[in-house]
Design a protein. Structure first.
Length: 169
């Protein structure tokens, strides 16, 4: 009987947590549509991939957002934005150019924030993975100048190289 009650209770909790996840993603999309409203007319085909992870250890997830269109991408890669929760909205922590997936969350930290690994290629850069460390204010904006990682890159993949983008507008 007790097992049946636990199973019944769990079935009621699952839709709520799935709804909360969808709500968070919808709130982020609405924020991005406002933040990049100027791009809507010329770059209506813009897509994005997002991931959530607690980068600064405060118990609240930051949002990592890769944007894909001619406005946000070039021969070296695309833009990656990092946002931290700020009240009921988001505050930009970093705008990182020429990023290629995968984007990984590393175990190491700098100034209280988790390091990230991104793939660098194209635009004349030698293909490699770079470590992005927080400097107390932001992450480096150009990963082609960041320290290289050698060998197999550890860490949890946040944005994979085969992630399907969602329409921004």
């Amino acid at each position: 009987m007790r097992g049946a009650l636990l199973l019944l209770a769990a079935s009621f909790l699952l839709p709520v947590s799935a709804g909360a996840q969808t709500s968070r993603e919808e709130r982020l999309r609405a924020f991005l549509q406002t933040a990049f409203a100027d791009a809507r007319a010329e770059w209506a085909e813009t897509t994005y991939v997002s991931a959530f992870a607690d980068l600064n250890g405060d118990g609240r997830d930051e949002a990592l957002v890769s944007l894909y269109s001619g406005l946000f991408c070039g021969s070296g890669g695309c833009a990656l934005y990092i946002y931290t929760p700020a009240g009921g909205t988001w505050r930009e922590v970093a705008e990182i150019t020429i990023v290629n997936a995968p984007v990984r969350l590393l175990a190491s930290r700098h100034r209280g924030w988790r390091d990230l690994a991104v793939h660098v290629r194209g635009g004349g850069a030698l293909p490699s993975d770079a470590r992005l460390a927080f400097d107390g204010r932001t992450y480096a904006s150009n990963p082609s100048l960041a320290p290289r990682l050698r060998g197999r890159v550890p860490g949890r993949v946040l944005i994979s190289d085969n992630a399907e983008g969602r329409p921004l507008f």
